[in-house]
Design a protein around this ligand. Structure first.
Ligand SMILES: Nc1ncnc2c1ncn2[C@@H]1O[C@H](COP(=O)(O)OP(=O)(O)O)[C@@H](O)[C@H]1O
Ligand SMILES: [Mg+2]
Length: 277
């Protein structure tokens, strides 16, 4: 009886969570009044102050700003790798900034996909092992069908048993994306992921992210949570930012301006110059 009512309560909770998400009432990511500083006393550098940002489930948005403006700091805070001096960040309704280090690591493996510029792949593991690593660390059993479908979608067929040093930059980057997507996170945080790529690879990366953002919906049977991952892409390339629907500009520690990109890199460049020029 108790077990039954607990199961009913869990089911009810899952349905409500999904409905809130579908209604757009719950955010994939919501940062409120965030502040962060490095160092102490005279060496103190205030990086973020009064930083607010909100992404709805399935959003694909870009974050731009000059070098040193705090973009990576924000991604590290959102991934729960560091703790803010003030304010909070919620991901899919969970306040990540209130979690202990251990709980944050666990939460990250399930709900946050991170793609760093250096890709952070483990050279000793194969492509397939790298992709499923976060789920393995979470003591989960990787879904082999999902692995195969991601490998196909990312054009990595035949490369499953290779190790990162045997891959090109573009291929390594696709492995890092597959790893970020594998656990169907609420949000994917990508920190200048095209920084090491040439223009052609960078263009195909943008097309791929757009496609994944539009098509990586969970199948109805799996769809008990969000419908697709929201993406926050940090870049200083206007062409890359234009792949997102909206771009935010970070200045003096906060989002100083935001605009729809309309897929237009020139519009993004013009706005960039207006904000920082
Ligand atoms: N671990 C750290 N310790 C001290 N200062 C740091 C640290 N990480 C970043 N900073 C400083 O914080 C500022 C913002 O850095 P960062 O978030 O990496 O900017 P961005 O990614 O926009 O280039 C810079 O002035 C940088 O030097
Ligand atoms: Mg950075």
């Amino acid at each position: 009886m108790i077990v039954e009512s607990l199961a009913a309560a869990a089911l009810y909770e899952a349905v409500c969570t999904r409905e809130k998400m579908m209604d757009g009432k719950m955010n994939a990511l919501k940062a409120t009044g965030l502040a962060h500083a490095y160092g102490k006393g005279a060496a103190r550098v205030d990086v973020l102050k009064n930083f607010d940002l909100e992404l709805v489930p399935g959003a694909f948005e870009a974050l731009m700003g000059p070098s040193g403006s705090g973009k990576s700091t924000f991604l590290h805070l959102a991934a729960g790798l560091i703790t803010p001096a003030a304010g909070k960040i919620e991901i899919g309704g969970t306040e990540v900034t209130a979690l202990s280090d251990g709980a944050a690591a666990k939460f990250r493996r399930r709900h946050v996909g991170v793609v760093f510029q250096s890709f952070n792949l483990l050279d000793a593991l194969t492509v397939a092992e790298n992709i499923v690593l976060p789920v393995k660390l979470d003591h989960g059993r990787p879904d082999r069908a999902r692995l195969a479908s991601l490998i196909a979608k990312l054009g990595l067929e035949g490369k499953e048993a290779r190790r990162p040093p045997e891959l090109s930059g573009g291929e390594r980057q696709r492995v890092a994306i597959a790893r970020a997507l594998f656990a169907q996170p609420d949000v994917i945080l990508a920190d200048e992921p095209t920084g090491n790529l040439d223009a052609a690879a960078s263009r195909s990366f943008c097309a791929l992210l757009k496609e994944l953002n539009g098509q990586d919906a969970r199948s109805p049977s799996e769809n008990t949570h969000a419908e697709k991952s929201a993406i926050l892409l940090v870049t200083h390339d206007p062409v890359v930012a234009a792949a997102a629907t909206k771009v935010h500009f970070l200045k003096e520690g906060r989002i100083a301006a935001s605009c729809e990109t309309e897929g237009d890199a020139e519009k993004v460049s013009a706005k960039y110059l207006e904000v920082y020029g």
